[in-house]
Design a protein around this ligand. Structure first.
Ligand code: SAH
Length: 311
């Protein structure tokens, strides 16, 4: 499993360092109508937005929007504080008629480093994990209310955890006595389920799985990629940076599906669909950060960039 932000890697500077930024800028060369679905602190957009270009900047975190407004200043920018998966966002993306759409998935360093946001397993951090502060169920709500099957599914599907059932059972047992409130509650349950050698990488993986559930991250991506393809002008590009295998798999499968010329089911011996591919992959292999980039920004380590060009 890739994509774990370990506590000791905290930059504590509070600033998010954009990942694979030169590679993204190279892909967007010649594009003018750019959608940044995850604007964050505005790191990628600052490099993409040049005179004569227009930007639709989306983030579900209102703090991120405020910071990106400072980073990006005044340019030709439309701001949208919403999940990119909301119907309103889909409509805005369609009307924008973009030629380049970027997703830089997951959470920013600033979100991870702010204890009040509750993404981290550092001691005594509230189990919040909501990217849109105050909206929907928090991490604690998920851990205190979901049934055993649902909890086990989260750890199995989002953390590749073979002992998902054991962790779920620990949570059910412990929450009967005291509801889950802070990071230590989950850390202790995971340690009790997996044994004393359980280390930071395990906690990071399990916390990340809860975060993916809290924010509906996989569903959001699966629902939005088709809208983006529809919204793009001909020859428009969608680029996605993912940080763990579950989200990367969604992107890989979607792009592969779009690249297939024939969409007949596998058991049909002769092609009857006369299908044409919806476009082409722009990178034969996903791009990953150089050793140099990883050395200067360890959180880039797990990043994978995939891109698709619409026909
Ligand atoms: N590229 C940015 C960093 C992005 S970090 C930069 O260089 O500064 C990821 C951002 O995506 C976070 O701010 C998070 O709030 C946002 N995000 C994650 N899922 C989202 C969703 N479904 N809709 C909108 N924003 C989302």
């Amino acid at each position: 499993m890739r994509g774990l932000f370990l506590a000791h890697e905290s930059t504590m500077s509070g600033r998010h360092v954009p990942v694979l930024v030169n590679e993204v800028v190279a892909l967007a060369e010649g594009c003018h109508r750019i959608v940044d679905c995850t604007v964050g602190d505005g790191g990628h957009s600052a490099r993409l937005l040049k005179p004569g270009k227009e930007l639709l900047a989306i983030d579900r975190d209102s703090d991120a929007i405020s910071i990106a407004k400072v980073t990006l200043g005044t340019g030709s920018i439309v701001w949208l504080n919403s999940s990119y998966a909301d119907p309103k966002a889909h409509e805005t993306i369609r009307q924008f008629r973009p030629d380049f759409v970027l997703f830089d998935l997951g959470v920013s360093s600033r979100q991870i480093d702010a204890d009040s946001r509750g993404f981290s397993f550092r001691r005594d951090v509230p189990l919040d994990m909501r990217m849109a502060p105050g909206c929907g169920m928090s991490g604690a709500d998920v851990l205190n209310t979901l049934d055993g099957d649902e909890l086990a599914r989260i750890f199995r599907d989002y953390a590749d955890e073979p002992k998902s059932r054991r962790i779920a059972n620990q949570i059910l047992r412990r929450r009967k006595a005291t509801p889950f409130v802070v990071s230590d509650d989950l850390v202790n349950a995971v340690r009790a389920a997996l044994g004393p050698q359980t280390g930071p990488a395990d906690f990071a993986r399990i916390f990340q799985a809860v975060r993916i559930e809290v924010n509906g991250e996989i569903r959001a991506l699966e629902n939005t990629l088709p809208t983006v393809l529809e919204a793009l002008v001909p020859s428009g590009i969608v680029a996605v940076i993912s940080y763990h295998s579950v989200e990367d798999r969604v992107v890989k499968h979607q792009f592969r599906e779009w690249s297939r010329a024939c969409i007949c089911p596998p058991h049909v011996p002769i092609c009857t669909c006369r299908g044409r591919a919806l476009g082409e992959l722009m990178l034969r292999k996903p791009a990953s950060p150089s050793e140099e980039e990883i050395a200067s920004n360890p959180r880039a380590r797990s990043a994978r960039l995939r891109a698709f060009r619409k026909r």
